[in-house]
Design a protein around this ligand. Structure first.
Ligand code: TYM
Length: 330
């Protein structure tokens, strides 16, 4: 049997190019090579306590975008995390094999905790145990390959640690999952500083219309030493040039590089070429999303079918796990 791939993505409202180049592009490519399972992780999204109707809407929206990007229910399993009860059950079981100290060292926990405190909110336990639920997502399917961006590497290392401790206690049960990074393992946002993310507002949404992309690009950071149109630029100091690598042809990139260095090409022109490259990629995705938008029942049926298939695999794992640890029916 071929190895199994699993990954999850949060329903944040609108997925962005960082998600696309860092993860989704790999999800699509892996469908043909492995048994691939992908979930929209609505339980993880609960850590920010969204309104019920927003979470529901965003979960469907994320599924719509994934399908529009090329996930094919005939070649992969696509489902919503909360539709498969094994995730939450296994998360509790794995929590009992997770070191408290390991969770306190997670940088995403520290970042999210600081953010919650700065907003006067509690640091909820969900953001603390978040990586355990993530490990459960993977291990419920005994998945070995996990396509992610580099911000998830620490969580993956923890999942491996949990596997080692669980297997040492109860006997060989789970394989150690390994991350699979894309060439765009950390896409920097339009501020030219931080990882592209919706919460930082430095993102380009996969479904952003061309005029929205243009507007966002207008204020995007380039080489900060290039103050006037006639100043020569240094492509390696420019985030827009870095972003070109993901969408623009090598020939065009070579032209941009020369043009930037000689100042024959200005930042506005360079951004215009980038916008056109993004549209070349995103236009067809948006067109598919518009079709699906009119057919919400199709998306719901795909997710229902996916949950059924995911549940069958996860339940089989849980039967073994329950037996090994001494819970469940006699
Ligand atoms: P999330 O929803 O934040 O992001 C989804 C995927 O997109 C990648 N990504 C990026 N890659 C490169 N550059 C960026 N700027 C960028 N922003 C996001 C992420 O690395 C991720 O692969 N905890 C996970 C979701 C999750 C999961 C799982 C992942 C839950 N269960 C099981 C793998 C396996 C998260 O919050 O990803």
């Amino acid at each position: 049997m071929s190895q199994r791939v699993l990954s999850g993505i949060q329903p944040t409202g609108s997925l962005h190019l960082g998600n696309y180049f860092g993860a989704i592009q790999n999800y699509v490519a892996l469908q043909d090579r492995y048994e691939s399972i992908y979930c929209v992780v609505d339980l993880h999204a609960l850590t920010s306590r969204p309104r019920a109707e927003d979470l529901k809407k965003n979960t469907l929206e994320a599924a719509k975008i994934l399908l529009s990007c090329g996930l094919d229910p005939k070649r992969c399993v696509l489902f919503v995390q909360s539709h498969v009860p094994a995730h939450a059950e296994l998360a509790w079981i794995l929590a009992c094999s997770t070191a408290y100290g390991d969770l306190t060292r997670m940088t995403q926990f520290k970042e999210k905790g600081d953010l919650a405190q700065s907003k006067g909110d509690i640091i909820n336990t969900g953001i603390f145990t978040y990586p355990v639920l993530q490990a459960a997502d993977i291990l419920a399917y005994r998945a070995e390959i996990v396509p992610v961006g580099d911000d998830q590497l620490q969580h993956l290392e923890l999942a491996r640690e949990i596997v080692r401790r669980f297997n040492a206690t109860y006997g060989e049960t789970f394989p150690e999952p390994r991350p699979l990074l894309s060439t765009a393992k950390r896409v920097i946002g339009l501020d030219g500083e931080a990882k592209m993310s919706k919460s930082r507002g430095n993102d380009i949404g996969i479904l952003d219309a061309p005029d929205v992309v243009k507007k966002k690009l207008a204020s995007a950071k380039t080489d900060i030493k290039r103050l006037r149109r006639n100043d020569p630029g240094e492509p390696k100091d420019c985030n827009i040039f870095a972003l070109h690598q993901f969408v623009t042809s090598p020939e065009k990139i070579a032209e941009i590089e020369t043009g930037c260095r000689s100042a024959s090409l200005g930042c506005v022109d360079c951004k215009g070429i980038f916008a056109a490259s993004v549209e070349h990629l995103a236009g067809p995705i948006r067109a598919r999303a518009e079709v699906l938008e009119r057919r919400p029942d199709d998306i719901k049926n795909i997710l229902r079918d996916g949950a059924g298939r995911a549940n069958a695999i996860a339940e089989a794992t849980m039967e073994t796990v329950r037996k090994k640890i001494g819970i469940g029916e006699f």
